[in-house]
Design a protein around this ligand. Structure first.
Ligand code: G1P
Length: 292
């Protein structure tokens, strides 16, 4: 159960209600952190980890995402005519090789598990990665690449995890932890969005997974769970005992772009991490929020 991971699934079906009205006509995943949409960070993280094919599970109103990863012929011609090489390179960077990106629609918002299940025929009978674009991880080695390295050792299923404040467990899938070496934590159980008092630990899943294809059979049979939705966490829990399953503590900082303040924090952190923007961003921060 250590087959190569060549395919990544990126679900983008959500309505983005927390960012209305910005997300009325623009998919949430197209909101930019500095100068790149959230979805492009996820795709680039997948490609940096050696992923060859990306399956995006979309929904109505998300067609801007397909355009984003395609050529923009008139724009490219105009930039070439103006000899604006930097802008042209930025535009072309989001064009993937032919056939490397596929789209399928989740026709109803029935939950993350259902969205992943919608990708089953495009993934096929092979291990695959899942990336949730709302979760950004700023790291020296991209989070998925770290996970794939760990996967070479333990195989099976992996979910990226981090400790969260106990009062936040109801936002996450939470692990019941077995043997734990500080990096990899054996998963004994999984609960989706438990109340703080019911949470088996504070070690919580953030949106990066490596899964074996047997998850699709579990998802097929999965009934609705937390929030009345088909939960990926519930289907993953069914694999425990049948296949290796570990939580992976990644190195890096995670930003929750599903939340307004998290999004602002991500924007500042990514700007501060860039040579071309860090000094100016620091100046702005000092001006807006002087120390003391
Ligand atoms: C989803 C998963 C949850 C996970 C979280 C990470 O929840 O269901 O297990 O902890 O992503 O961001 P959502 O944020 O879609 O409610």
């Amino acid at each position: 159960m250590k087959g190569p991971v060549a395919c990544a699934v990126i679900p983008v079906g959500g309505l983005g209600t927390r960012f209305l009205p910005a997300t009325k006509a623009v998919p949430k995943e197209m909101l930019p952190v500095v100068d790149k949409p959230l979805i492009q960070y996820a795709v680039e993280e997948a490609l940096a980890a050696g992923i060859e094919r990306v399956v995006i599970v979309t929904g109505r109103g998300k067609s801007a995402i397909e355009d984003h990863f395609d050529h923009a012929v008139e724009l490219e011609r105009a930039l070439a005519d103006r000899a604006n090489g930097a802008a042209l390179a930025a535009v072309r960077k989001s064009v993937l090789p032919p056939g490397a990106i596929a789209y399928t629609r989740q026709q109803e918002p029935r939950g993350l598990g259902h969205a992943v299940w919608c990708a089953r025929d495009l993934v096929g009978d092979q291990p695959f990665a899942v990336l949730l674009p709302d979760d950004m991880v700023l790291a020296d080695t991209p989070c998925l690449a770290q996970m794939l390295e760990a996967y070479q050792g333990v195989g099976g299923n992996l979910a990226a995890v981090m400790d969260v404040p106990r009062e936040h467990t109801a936002r996450y899938g939470v692990l019941d932890v077995g043997a734990d070496d500080g990096k990899l934590a054996e998963v004994k159980g999984l609960v989706e969005k438990p109340a703080p008092d019911d949470a088996p630990s504070t070690l919580s899943i953030i949106g990066r997974y490596i899964l074996q294809p047997q998850i699709f059979d579990k998802l097929e049979a999965q009934s609705a769970g937390a929030g009345g939705e088909i939960q990926l966490t519930d289907a993953m829990a069914q694999l425990i005992g049948e296949q290796p399953f570990h939580g992976f503590r990644f190195a890096g900082t995670r930003y929750d772009c599903g939340d307004k303040v998290g999004f602002i924090e991500a924007t500042l952190a990514y700007a501060l991490s860039r040579d071309d923007l860090s000094n100016a961003t620091r100046d702005v921060l000092r001006k807006l929020a002087p120390p003391g």
